[in-house]
Design a protein around this ligand. Sequence first.
Ligand SMILES: Cc1cc2nc3c(=O)[nH]c(=O)nc-3n(C[C@H](O)[C@H](O)[C@H](O)COP(=O)(O)OP(=O)(O)OC[C@H]3O[C@@H](n4cnc5c(N)ncnc54)[C@H](O)[C@@H]3O)c2cc1C
Ligand code: SF4
Length: 328
Amino acid sequence: MTPFSYQRPERIDQAIALHGPQSRYIAGGTNLLDLMKENVLQPGQLIDINGLPLREIEQTAEGGLRIGALVSNADLAWHPQIEQRYPLLSKAILAGASPQLRNMASTGGNLLQRTRCYYFYDTATPCNKREPGSGCSARDGRNRIHAILGASEHCVAVHPSDMCVALAALDARVHVEGPHGKRRLELVDFHRLPGDQPQQDNVLVEGELITAIELPVEGFASHCAYLKVRDRASYAFALVSVAAALEMDGDIIRRGRIALGGVAHKTLAPGGGRRTAQRQACRTRMFRRGGRSPAARRATARRQCFQVDLARRAIVRALTEAAGGTVR
Ligand SMILES: Cc1cc2nc3c(=O)[nH]c(=O)nc-3n(C[C@H](O)[C@H](O)[C@H](O)COP(=O)(O)OP(=O)(O)OC[C@H]3O[C@@H](n4cnc5c(N)ncnc54)[C@H](O)[C@@H]3O)c2cc1C
Ligand code: SF4
């Protein structure tokens, strides 16, 4: 047993003031406690944020939604406004984990969950993300669930979230608060590629707390699809996932957004997700062209050729499904 202290503040400023180099915030604990049990992380202090007022889902002045960081994955997926206006988000969340986990897991924690690379959880093996400078066991090891895009020689891990893929396609923003004040970040810029600092998953600085996620007005409710390809039909992380959101006018795509999960250290949204398919007739041939661009042109690892093909096909299928209308 590694000793640690435990605090449960009731105000955001108190939580931030308590945070030091050895601290971790804890929300649902579904990822952090596993990491502590496996000795991957050994924080000296846990700051339980469940007493903070971050459980509301409110309308923004612009007509979008602001989701508190402590809203559980289950409450978010089944919220009437999310089901009606942002079914893409609902579908992505329900494609992840299990009902019990979704009851515990929080919105903020979902963004900050760590990679599922086997070696990251195995303290007997080298891993640059867990222990910088020790090496990457996955590069020449078991890497079937690893990155095909944006990887580096230091790390080939992927970010495992489903929720983030939908949030990227929906152009969501992340609100954070820390010792230096408040910031608002684009979801697509929140996570980072591994480069030579794979220990850093995202752009948060020490002590920063996620307070909310903001959704814009447009939810692409009538034409969206979330496709998750995985080894088991449930309770498995994505080999490839695609969130597709289209605005249709008959057979013409007026606007389209697409995001890819399971293939890189961050959710990828080509062109920031904004320029996928604008003012084009909806044809499978065009979807195939779209499918070729991100996966094939920038693929960095030849070892997972099946994943490149899978990503291409998943993009075509997700776009086709979205164009046909959201399945409720
Ligand atoms: C068996 C299993 C299967 C799973 N399957 C899937 C899946 O298919 N798809 C999927 O997307 N996810 C899946 N998950 C992951 C699950 O969604 C995450 O564990 C969960 O979302 C994390 O949320 P949490 O509130 O429990 O975070 P915690 O475990 O409490 O925290 C995780 C990290 O986030 C930090 N943190 C939490 N909240 C904040 C905040 N507001 N501000 C700053 N830092 C914060 C903590 O310090 C910690 O580092 C699975 C998990 C398990 C255990
Ligand atoms: S891929 Fe990343 S997380 Fe996995 S062993 Fe290599 S450095 Fe560690």
